[in-house]
Design a binder for this molecule. Structure first.
Ligand code: GDP
Length: 326
């Protein structure tokens, strides 16, 4: 086990402005124009669709558009039923503009009343464990979170728990170096639980606020990934550590496949929220709705690029506006 400190002092981040919350609502829309840049999406389809009058054909065409945008059958059904109802009762006028506005409102309503804030333990260190299959963006998200949490004045320890992929540790080393977080990593192929355990011990000994634990999406051994993750979680949850978030990272560009992965992870490791990455790489942002509706888990963060600032809190208004183009 090597403990690398990228600061000459004890790894404390510099004094910073009052800590903000990584999950606070953005003050300005960030998704508009970034959701699947330059690709025709739902917004383009809606613009064409609603050139005419609203009748049954409109609803059928809208259904096709939503399914094509990865919204999924169940969520599409829910949204269409609500829209038809709204038009029938007069809550939404049978005009193209009103219907698109109704669609947007319906999308936003689906996310109402849920807590999307990132949870912290009553006493530090909190542990946020990131899980998901290979290549979805776990390591990058850990790096981005380390950057923003450090910038908010928190002392962050990063646990390089993906010991299967040597490059993951190197990626994290450079993220940690840039933001002044402490990195704890093991030898390649080391037991991920022991890396996370050491990171928690290190964090507690140094009075750090947060441990960000990366994990493997695939293993060296034949050990079942889910068993391994359960063990990592158990170990990370032993005092002085407290797992306050298990964030499932899903790549938005994989569309409905992401759902199948999500089911397995949520059933076995007790996921507390979703991070949807690469939303900049798909016009089919509807996967957000499918995942949210099926899993009943809050979408806490959205990845819209590879840079340190390309991780934003999920904001339903911003998302609905970007998806529908209104
Ligand atoms: P891991 O195997 O789950 O740890 O995945 P990585 O963090 O290594 O990410 C895999 C690839 O996806 C890398 O090339 C990342 O730069 C890229 N990536 C991660 N998040 C995003 C995102 O939000 N947008 C884009 N465009 N690329 C991303």
């Amino acid at each position: 086990m090597r403990v690398r400190r990228h600061r000459p002092d004890d790894g404390r981040a510099p004094a910073a402005p009052a800590p903000g919350d990584a999950s606070a609502s953005p003050s300005r829309p960030v998704l508009a124009g970034r959701l699947g840049r330059n690709r025709p999406g739902l917004a383009g389809g809606l613009a064409r669709l609603f050139a005419g009058k609203v009748d049954e054909t409109t609803f059928e065409a809208l259904e096709d558009l939503l399914v094509a945008a990865d919204v999924g059958l169940a969520s599409t059904g829910r949204i269409l039923a609500a829209l038809r109802d709204a038009v029938r009762t007069g809550a939404v006028a049978p005009t193209p503009e009103a219907l698109v506005a109704g669609l947007r409102a319906e999308i936003v309503a689906g996310f109402a009343g849920e807590d999307r804030s990132l949870q912290r333990a009553a006493a530090p260190p909190s542990v946020w464990l990131l899980v998901g299959v290979n290549g979805v963006g776990k390591t990058t998200t850990v790096g981005k979170l380390a950057a923003r949490e450090s910038a908010d004045g928190r002392r962050v320890v990063v646990a390089a728990g993906d010991t299967f992929r040597a490059a993951a540790g190197d990626q994290l080393a450079s993220w940690a170096e840039r933001c002044g977080a402490t990195l704890v990593r093991g030898a390649d192929g080391a037991d991920p639980s022991s890396v996370v355990f050491d990171a928690v011990e290190h964090a507690a000994a140094r009075g750090a606020d947060l441990v960000l634990a990366d994990s493997a999406g695939r293993l060296h051994t034949k050990t079942n990934l889910m068993d391994e993750l359960r063990k990592v979680r158990r170990v990370a949850d032993r005092p002085p550590g407290r797992v306050s978030e298990v964030l499932l990272v899903i790549d938005a560009t994989t569309g409905q496949n992401g759902l199948a992965q999500a089911r397995e992870f949520t059933n076995t490791v007790g996921v507390t929220g979703i991070v949807l990455t690469k939303l900049d790489g798909t016009a089919k942002g509807g996967i957000v709705l499918a995942i949210h509706d099926e899993l009943g888990l809050p979408i806490k963060l959205v990845g819209i690029g590879e840079g340190p600032d390309d991780l934003v809190a999920f904001d339903p208004d911003d998302f609905a506006a970007a998806l529908t183009g209104v």
